[in-house]
Structure formats: C-alpha cells, structure tokens
Design a protein around this ligand. Structure first.
Ligand code: SME
Length: 150
C-alpha cells in the first residue's frame, strides 16, 4: 500500500533527473528501495523469449535469466498481464529469490507495440502490494519506456 503523497514524491524525484536508459532504471530502483515494504526491487529486460536481469537493488539472485512462462515474471509476459501475488507460498509456478519473500508484484514495461521488460518487487510481508503499488509502478514504467535507451 502506497499513499498518494509517497507515490507523488517518488515520481517527482524520478522526473527531476536528466538520466536515461540503465542509469535512469537504476535511479528508479533506488527510489523504490526507500519504501519499507519493498525488499527487492529490480528490472528484467525482455530479450526474445527470455527475461534478463537488468538494474536491481537487493540481494543477488540466481534468477538472472527467466524463460517466458516461468515463474511470476515469465507469466506476466506470457499473459501480457501485471501480476500481484498476495502470498507466493500458494503458487506452483514460482521462482524463489529469497526464502523471506512472501509477496510479489510484477508490472510490465511497454512501448506502443511491444513488451520491453518489467519491474519486479518482492516483499517480506503477505499482501504487501495492492492497486496503489500497481498504479505507481505503471507510472514509473511509462517514464522508463520513454527513456529506455541512453
Ligand atoms: N520470483 C520471481 C523470480 C525473480 S525474483 O523474485 C528476483 C518469479 O517467480 O518469477
């Protein structure tokens, strides 16, 4: 759950940077990492039929390449649909990055014609994410898509 004020502050600071491409994506993940409920914040780029780990803030993960259709991340691409998972322990198609993770949200990054990648956030609390988080991440996705390359 993100308040309107918090979302506004993050978007304002992201819009204020002159950064582009990977540096902008890094800045976005650093801003999201300030939020208490965001315990791992990262971006995957879609390269053909695989998601490739891009900028992230949090513990290193084994899942640096994820095939489309696998896990929460791959499902988002396969179904062309954001994912908001209240409790990852209830999923069969799930790739664990940390045993502490309880909830996850994945929001797609798209330009006009295709999926460029996604923002993936893990939380340690059950039900950490809702529509307010999805809305903030959608706004960030648009900013990142507009400045995807350097
Ligand atoms: N949990 C994800 C894998 C990525 S990690 O959360 C960083 C999934 O099931 O696709």
């Amino acid at each position: 759950m993100i308040t309107v004020e918090t979302a506004h502050s993050i978007l304002e600071r992201l819009n204020a940077t002159p950064l582009k491409g990977a540096a902008l994506r890094r800045r976005a993940m650093e801003l999201l990492d300030e939020l208490d409920t965001y315990n791992w914040s990262g971006i995957y780029r879609l390269e053909e039929d695989e998601l490739v780990l891009d900028e992230y803030v949090g513990a290193a993960t084994d899942h640096t390449r994820i095939p489309v259709g696998r896990g929460v991340c791959g499902t988002a691409v396969a179904e062309n649909q954001n994912q908001v998972i209240e409790d990852v322990r209830e999923l069969e198609n799930y790739l664990a990055c940390s045993i502490q993770t309880r909830s996850e949200i994945v929001v797609l990054i798209k330009d006009d014609s295709r999926i460029l990648g996604q923002i993936d956030i893990d939380g340690h609390q059950v039900g950490a994410f809702d529509q307010s988080d999805e809305k903030l991440l959608e706004s960030i996705s648009k900013i990142l898509a507009d400045k995807w390359t350097e």
